[in-house]
Design a protein around this ligand. Structure first.
Ligand code: AGP
Length: 521
């Protein structure tokens, strides 16, 4: 018997004791092993009916899990089960597939079936049956994967991450497609929340994890600016464990590339229980988070295969900005010509990101030069702060280096003690054409760290000559409006981390200890 298991079985200690008391010798400390033994134990009593054995065992399991089981004596049969963790079925012409993400089988078939909670799938080469945990037949929902087959290939790049970085201009463009009409108004047809309800909400809460949470932080700057609605951004893993003030007057936006992140899903469910309206911003059609939300705006990044999120981040920013502008449109908090002007800026971003990609070589050279640094700090102000956090996250997860992102104003409250001779400090410099005070303040921050020996790498817009005397290296990005800057400023940081990890010989697409979808809390 072989078992594949994703998730955590919370009552495994109790089940383990039970198995040991009945004489089973376990060889590992894992919760997965007990599933194999529980099935093996009950199978003979059920006339070797593997689906029935799976039903019986699943009904006893607590927690979140996806299980796939095969029995050596029934090699033509695969039985899968899911509770809270993802599992999708691919329907091929000469065989069927089970995977946690359609990306795994998209090169073989685009026809797929969604599985619901607490369902069991009985898969043979020529048939698929689905039941609930009690054995009652269930009609699964078919869907078609609209990704290009090339999505699952590297398309001439050495790494999926690099391919995905270079797909960003298209991803941003695709995420805007069909969402702006000829009269330059936003039409979010898929957002089936009554405009009346959107007029009545009193606050927005964003729940997300990791990179998606950084996109949420950026959404806060934009949505508060455009709508004057208060926006709270919550790390999903923290949200339901305190007593968040969330009720029917709140719009809760869950941002998730995979749509399966357990922390985000749990935060979303909590918000729904409290009566909030829920909106998912998601990249994976048919995944759990959009299915359980009142409304969904899909980001059209295409499949993101590298563990480190890149193109999904840019599309999450784009989608949350569209939602912010839509709220402003519905609530009348901006003039129509103002909305039009921001939309025109957003429309230009695909081309601006392209420009950054065309001039990325100095970033790679810098990464190679700094490959032996012990630690890298990232500073930003205003929208540069989430970008700093994202730059640090990329470096941690890919290059396994100590990296921290700080709001530059916080330096003097502690982090400045980290500055020592030669430490690289990457600074996201706000546009001097935005709020001049932000630019001036960051120049002071640069001087503070430089005076203490830091090597300053400024990410600054074209034409900002005032920064030249203060930086050791300058990475130029196109001059764009303040709220758009993150879309161009983060790209060199992605390339920096990717190159740094490559130089160090790490597996960039699958960094150690990490999974693409984090389906456990
Ligand atoms: C970023 O590079 C990550 N791998 C990670 O932080 C990710 O963004 C986070 O786990 C959230 O994933 P999701 O968007 O699929 O919910």
């Amino acid at each position: 018997m072989a078992v594949i298991h994703n998730g955590i079985i919370e009552n495994f200690q109790r089940l383990r004791t039970e198995l040991e008391q009945s004489g089973v010798v376990l060889e590992s400390e894992t919760d997965t092993e007990i599933v194999a033994h529980l099935i093996a134990h009950i199978l003979p009593e059920l006339n070797n009916d593997l689906p029935k054995a799976m039903q019986s065992v699943c009904s006893r399991l607590e927690g979140a899990f996806t299980l796939v089981v095969i029995d050596r004596d029934q090699p033509d049969l695969v039985v899968g089960a899911r509770r809270n963790s993802p599992l999708v079925v691919g329907l091929g012409t000469d065989g069927n597939f089970l995977a946690s993400d359609v990306a795994a089988f998209v090169e073989h078939t685009k026809d797929a079936l969604e599985l619901g909670q607490d369902q069991i799938v009985i898969l043979r080469a020529d048939s698929v049956e689905v039941t609930d945990f009690s054995g009652n037949p269930v009609e699964p929902k078919p869907f078609t994967i609209d990704w290009d087959t090339s999505a699952a290939e590297k398309g001439g790049h050495d790494l999926f991450m690099l391919k995905e970085i270079y797909e960003q201009p298209k991803a941003v463009k695709d995420s805007l497609l069909g969402r702006i009409d000829e009269s330059h108004r936003i039409t979010l047809d898929e957002l089936n929340i009554d405009p009346l309800v959107l007029r009545e909400i009193n606050k927005v809460i964003v729940v997300a994890c990791g990179t998606a949470a950084h996109a949420g932080m950026l959404a806060k700057y934009a949505i508060e600016h455009w709508t004057h609605l208060p926006v709270d951004v919550e790390l999903a893993s923290e949200f339901r464990y305190r007593d968040p003030i969330v009720g029917p007057d709140a719009l809760v936006i869950a941002i998730s590339q995979s749509g399966e992140t357990m922390d985000t899903l749990m935060a979303l469910r909590y918000a729904k229980e409290q009566g909030a309206r829920t909106l998912a911003i998601c990249n994976t059609v048919g995944s759990t988070i959009p299915r359980e939300s009142d409304a969904v705006i899909y980001t059209y990044a295409g499949p993101e295969i590298a563990v480190a999120s890149t193109k999904a981040f840019l599309t999450q920013i784009t989608a949350t900005y569209l939602v912010g502008l839509f709220l402003a449109q519905v609530r009348g908090s901006m003039f129509e010509d103002e909305i039009r002007s921001v939309l025109a800026d957003l429309n230009d971003m695909s081309q601006k990101v392209d420009l950054v990609l065309d001039t990325a070589e100095p970033v790679r050279a810098l990464a190679r030069e700094l490959a032996n640094a012990r630690s890298v700090l990232f500073l930003g102000r205003h929208v540069g702060y989430p970008v700093a956090l994202e730059g640090a996250l990329k470096l941690k997860e890919l290059a396994y280096m100590h990296a921290e992102g700080f709001p530059a104003g916080e330096l003097k409250h502690g982090p400045i003690a980290l500055i020592e001779e030669g430490i690289p400090v990457v600074v996201i410099v706000p546009s001097p054409r935005g709020r001049a005070v932000l630019h001036d303040k960051i120049v002071s921050n640069i001087q503070e760290v430089r005076a203490r020996g830091a090597l300053v790498i400024a990410i600054a817009e074209e034409g900002d000559e005032s920064i030249v005397p203060f930086a050791d290296h300058i990475i130029r990005i196109p001059a764009v409006p303040t709220l758009m800057q993150p879309l161009v400023a983060v790209v060199p940081l992605q390339i920096f981390a990717c190159e740094m990890a490559t130089v160090k010989g790490h597996d960039v697409d699958q960094p150690r200890n990490l999974a693409k979808s984090v389906t456990v809390e």
